[in-house]
Design a binder for this molecule. Structure first.
Ligand SMILES: CC(=O)N[C@H]1[C@@H](OP(=O)(O)O)O[C@H](CO)[C@@H](O)[C@@H]1O
Ligand SMILES: [Mg+2]
Length: 535
């Protein structure tokens, strides 16, 4: 490791004085102009991680649904997963090191993690469409090359595509070919295999309006659409030709404001969806005949997918072989909660033979264990008639899900296939169950770390008295719950409340936000009723 070269190069990627950043739930994220040094340093870190794991590591330059002026970076681990927690700490340490300490920090990390510095390193890099992303990804490359790492720069990619590339490269191509072409072919083939079983091919099921948040999703969907156009035609809105990235559009806007994105022409009962800025989230929605907006979010996506998988599994039913956990699917699909953040959900889902996870904001996928995958492949050959058909469908749906990360394009194709196969309209899907009215608010406090939580962030441990106050407020409303937690991506405290009516949910959320303001050191304006509603 040529540490002299590190010092020389890091001087041209200088850290702004006094800037402290943390590798949070989504990597580093802040104003793009403050990130050059972080990119360079993440290039260095990726090389160490690659040497340690003897695998290809990914670096994605994106700030997802944040405004255009922001940017960010996250590292992708060997199996396409989020970076391991101990390395998140190293990332924070390296990003905040003063220039003169860089060498020491790099040596420390290498020692702690037993990195063999003689080992080769290979890094793949992707970036979103932000104007700052190209230059920032060059800084990543600088970091990689200074430490002697090899790299492949994929250029523009969705975040889940980069996760896919990493996974493919580390599984010797068994998962798929590590090219965008390979990704398009794998997913489209699975989608067409699945949908050819659909009896209803009426127009209603075969066209979809997609709001691409003026981001990378538009470019990639355009490249991909002719691969699957036999089964689905997509009409793209907010494709980046006019509007600003994530501005009044995209999955995050639609979910948090509960209204359609700007620039989308919606007719009543038409099925529409939105991606976020790096295309790892998707939400669906429609206007009913009375012009009322209905959001079909991650919870409903998870329900649609798990009930479909359950049906297929019951059809195939392989009796005695079925493992205990899966056996439960006969009655019910067990549900677990984790802390916020896809990495927590992903790891929980991996504990099962089949794990379906989604955040309400539309980030998620389904994971299948190797045992299940092998068994299904075998059954698809051995079984006959209806059972064989169901096994084949399971085989295709496994291929259609991105096993490395939540993926808007892959999820969209899964959902479209299921709706077509089941002959469901978006309204019928929406009616699978009724959500309790809910409200999300955010409150600014001086230091959001004063709030600590337990029980998958459903109980506040500190500050003293806050949980008791919430409990008392919740008792005033029927069918109610409320949670508070510090955000992992913004300097705010998030409040969630639900109750038997929208009015009650709003009022409970407001009362809880007042309690947070009082007990957790609120700053600025005191929360007003209806204040920041929908934020
Ligand atoms: C309400 C909401 O959408 N929260 C998002 C957001 O986290 P916060 O901790 O709420 O800021 O970003 C996370 C990372 O992308 C994502 O996992 C999470 O679901
Ligand atoms: Mg995203």
């Amino acid at each position: 490791m040529d540490l002299g070269a590190v010092t020389k190069h890091s001087a041209s990627h200088a850290k702004p004085n006094g800037l402290i950043l943390q590798y949070g739930t989504a990597g580093f994220r802040t104003k793009a102009e403050h990130l050059d040094h972080v990119m360079f340093r993440m290039g260095l870190l990726a090389v160490l991680r690659s040497k340690q794991t003897k695998s290809t590591i990914g670096v994605m330059v994106t700030a997802s649904h944040n405004p255009e002026e922001d940017n960010g970076v996250k590292l992708v681990d060997p199996l396409g997963e989020m970076l391991a927690p101990s390395w998140e700490e190293h990332a924070t340490c390296l990003a905040n090191a003063e220039e003169q300490d860089m060498q020491r920090v790099l040596i420390d990390i290498s020692k702690k993690e037993a990195v063999n510095l003689q080992q080769d390193a290979f890094i793949v890099i992707g970036r979103d469409t932000r104007s700052s992303s190209e230059k920032l990804s060059q800084s990543v490359i600088d970091g990689v090359t200074v430490l002697g790492g090899q790299f492949h720069d994929y250029g523009l990619l969705t975040t889940p595509q980069l996760h896919y590339m990493v996974y493919c490269r580390n599984t010797s191509g068994r998962y798929g070919k590590a090219t965008t072409e390979g990704y398009y072919q794998k997913l489209s083939k699975a989608f067409l295999e699945l949908t050819k079983q659909a009896s209803c091919s009426g127009d209603e099921y075969r066209s979809l309006k997609v709001d691409c948040a003026n981001g990378i999703g538009a470019l990639k969907l355009r490249e991909m659409e002719h691969y699957f156009s036999q089964g689905l035609s997509v009409q793209l809105f907010n494709d980046g030709t006019k509007g600003k990235l994530n501005h009044l559009c995209g999955a995050d806007f639609v979910k948090s404001h509960q209204k359609p994105p700007q620039g989308m022409e919606m007719k009543s009962n038409e099925r529409c969806c939105s991606f976020d800025g790096d295309a790892d989230r998707i939400v669906y929605y429609y206007h009913d005949a009375h012009g009322r907006f209905h959001l079909v979010d991650g919870d409903k996506i998870a329900t649609l997918i798990s009930s479909f998988l359950k049906e297929l599994l019951l059809e195939v039913w392989w009796g005695d072989w079925l493992p205990c956990e899966t056996r439960l699917i006969r009655e019910i699909v067990p549900v677990y909660c984790t802390k916020t953040g896809v990495k927590h959900l992903h790891h929980k889902a991996q504990e099962f033979d089949i794990g379906v996870y989604f955040e309400a904001n539309g980030h998620g996928t389904a994971l299948f264990s190797t045992t299940v995958e092998m068994k299904i492949k075998q059954l698809a050959e051995e079984l006959e008639d209806k059972k064989r058909k169901a096994a084949k469908m399971l085989e295709s749906i496994i291929d259609l899900f991105n096993q490395a990360a939540g993926d808007a394009i892959s999820d969209m194709l899964v959902i479209e296939a299921i709706l077509a196969l089941k002959g469901l309209t978006v309204q019928q899907w929406d009616a699978l169950y009724t959500d309790l009215p809910n409200r999300q608010l955010k409150v600014k406090v001086a230091d959001r770390r004063v709030i600590s939580t337990t029980d998958a962030e459903r109980q506040a441990v500190t500050p003293p008295g806050l949980q008791e106050a919430i409990n008392d407020l919740v008792k005033k409303y029927k069918l109610s719950r409320a949670f508070v937690r510090p955000s992992g991506t913004e300097d705010v405290v998030r409040i969630y409340a639900e109750a038997d009516s929208q009015e009650s949910a709003d009022s409970l959320a407001h009362e809880v936000s007042l309690a947070v303001f009082q007990l957790a050191g609120g700053i600025g304006e005191r929360p007003q009723p209806g204040w920041m509603a929908g934020s």
